[in-house]
Write a protein that binds this ligand. Structure first.
Ligand SMILES: Cc1cc2nc3c(=O)[nH]c(=O)nc-3n(C[C@H](O)[C@H](O)[C@H](O)COP(=O)(O)O)c2cc1C
Length: 170
């Protein structure tokens, strides 16, 4: 798919069908995350592919936002392997994991797989429920699947500020 089509047409899917995500498509999505840039090339991300009944049950306990997606990627990062920026206030963990997640979200659409970025959950509680190692922080969940018949983008998908509102030239 043309890149500009991918970034314009991707939308947050809020109702998935029970059609499976084929392994070759899932592999391409995961590969897009693998090649994402990270600060100092630290690659501190860890992606959990949740598709078992038990795993999806844990997701459903943590959030109402799975929307019946058959696959959920849990995007985490190792908080002990991040780059701390000059000034010491911030580090690369959230940014690096966000870039990985964005690569995968866009790659999914390119593969004909719908998605939704989810942050409406308690990351510490979910990490505990999934048994993640203590050093890993969960950044977000990426629902993956095929939209249910008759569903599509919400009206706010086409409601974006004009460039003049968010860009300044200096
Ligand atoms: C950081 C982030 C967190 C989000 N969290 C949720 C969420 O928890 N539940 C949900 O249904 N949608 C969530 N979304 C989807 C947004 O609501 C959606 O991207 C936005 O309304 C624009 O719609 P569009 O993605 O269809 O263009 C999230 C999106 C982002 C970028």
């Amino acid at each position: 798919m043309d890149f500009s089509e991918v970034i314009k047409n991707r939308y947050s899917c809020k109702k998935f069908s029970d059609v499976e995500v084929k392994k070759e498509k899932l592999d391409k999505i995961l590969e897009a995350g693998r090649v994402a840039p990270t600060a100092k090339n630290l690659q501190e991300q860890h992606i959990y592919v949740v598709q078992s009944e038990k795993g999806l049950e844990a997701i459903d306990k943590a959030t109402p936002c799975r929307y019946q997606a058959p696959v959920v990627l849990v995007v985490a990062y190792n908080k002990n392997n991040v780059f701390t920026y000059p000034g010491g206030k911030r580090d690369s963990g959230i940014e690096d994991a966000s870039i990985v997640a964005t690569h995968m979200m866009l790659a999914a659409y390119n593969e004909g797989i719908d998605s939704c970025w989810i942050n409406f959950f308690n990351p510490d509680e979910l990490a505990k429920a999934l048994g993640l190692p203590e050093e890993e922080e969960i950044l977000m969940l990426l629902d993956l699947g095929i939209a249910a018949d008759g569903t599509g983008a919400l009206p706010n998908h086409n409601s974006r500020k004009e460039l003049t509102e968010t860009i300044s030239y200096m």
